[in-house]
Design a protein around this ligand. Structure first.
Ligand code: AMP
Ligand code: MN
Ligand code: MN
Ligand code: MN
Length: 273
């Protein structure tokens, strides 16, 4: 229930992603590109050819205080005006942000990264840090993408540029207005202490958030049990998703993660029969 294509910062086309999922035995898959639903049309065609059920999705970037959160919308309707307008508005700032990232990298001695990142981005309106990381890795400036984040692009590093995304309230409202279900993506990645975590999840729930990711390629396996407990105690449905970005970058392919614990109510119980 969480995968990327070349329409955001994934490496595969939607068709290639669906074909990979069909090969790994997946019966339903969500495409959840960052801040865009543009890949869903192609994904729907590929899914019907492959006999896989497509769950139309999106992963929305959000500011919550100082923290950037990601909220996944599942079963969204890409034709929803409110969702499309909201996503367009948050994508709009990405090019300006990219220019500032490139300028910061320039000061560190890396030139031409804006052109490099743009060249790697199929969807020029969805230029993100991953494209810069790939550019730095390809030119040999860093040994791999992870090193690019660890040294330069992650929060607190010299080429990190803060940005205004959607508010949590907006992201949940857009998802719900389009008929979708709001899922807190990879809650274990936000580095929030338990009190802040509970405040964040409390806000999310109050605003209409219904599920959290428990088993995800963005959690370490030893984190699954804790997030399972949080889902149970705080009354969230649970989601499971690879957060797949492509071969060589994401070790866990769609369909390869362990099942959700049987005590959890899966988010797809809302719509799967
Ligand atoms: P952006 O929306 O442009 O800030 O890019 C966010 C994306 O960068 C995430 O969806 C991940 O794919 C990737 N990313 C963020 N932080 C890291 C990290 N520490 N290590 C590897 N990839 C990361
Ligand atoms: Mn990403
Ligand atoms: Mn994410
Ligand atoms: Mn993701």
């Amino acid at each position: 229930m969480h995968n990327h294509s070349r329409f955001s910062d994934g490496l595969l086309s939607p068709t290639q992603l669906i074909e990979l999922a069909a090969r790994t035995g997946v019966d339903a898959i969500a495409l959840t590109d960052h801040d865009t639903t543009d890949g869903l049309e192609e994904a729907a065609i590929a899914a019907s050819k492959a006999g896989v059920l497509l769950v139309p999705g999106v992963e929305i970037s959000v500011n919550w205080g100082e923290t950037t959160l990601h909220v996944v919308g599942l079963q969204v309707d890409p034709a929803s005006k409110r969702l499309a307008e909201g996503l367009r508005a948050i994508r709009e700032g990405r090019l300006g942000r990219a220019e500032r990232i490139a300028a910061a990298l320039g000061k560190l001695g890396f030139s031409g990264t804006l052109e490099g990142a743009l060249g790697l981005a199929e969807n020029k309106t969805m230029l993100g840090r991953t494209h810069f990381a790939r550019c730095l890795a390809e030119t040999g400036a860093v040994k791999n993408i992870q090193a690019a984040f660890d040294k330069y692009l992650a929060k607190g590093k010299p080429a990190y540029v803060p940005h205004r995304w959607a508010t949590l309230e907006e992201a949940v409202a857009w998802i719900r207005a389009s008929g979708g279900t709001a899922v807190m993506a990879h809650p274990g990645r936000y580095d929030l202490k338990p009190m802040m975590r509970d405040e964040m999840l409390g806000d999310f729930k109050r605003l209409g958030g219904e599920a959290i990711e428990v088993v995800t390629g963005s959690h370490r396996p030893e984190q699954y049990a804790m997030w399972r407990r949080v889902a149970e105690e705080q009354g969230f449905l649970a989601s499971r998703g690879a957060d797949y970005h492509g071969p060589g970058e994401s070790p866990i392919e769609p369909g390869r993660l362990p099942a959700l614990h049987q005590s959890l109510a899966p988010v797809w119980s809302k719509w799967a029969h």
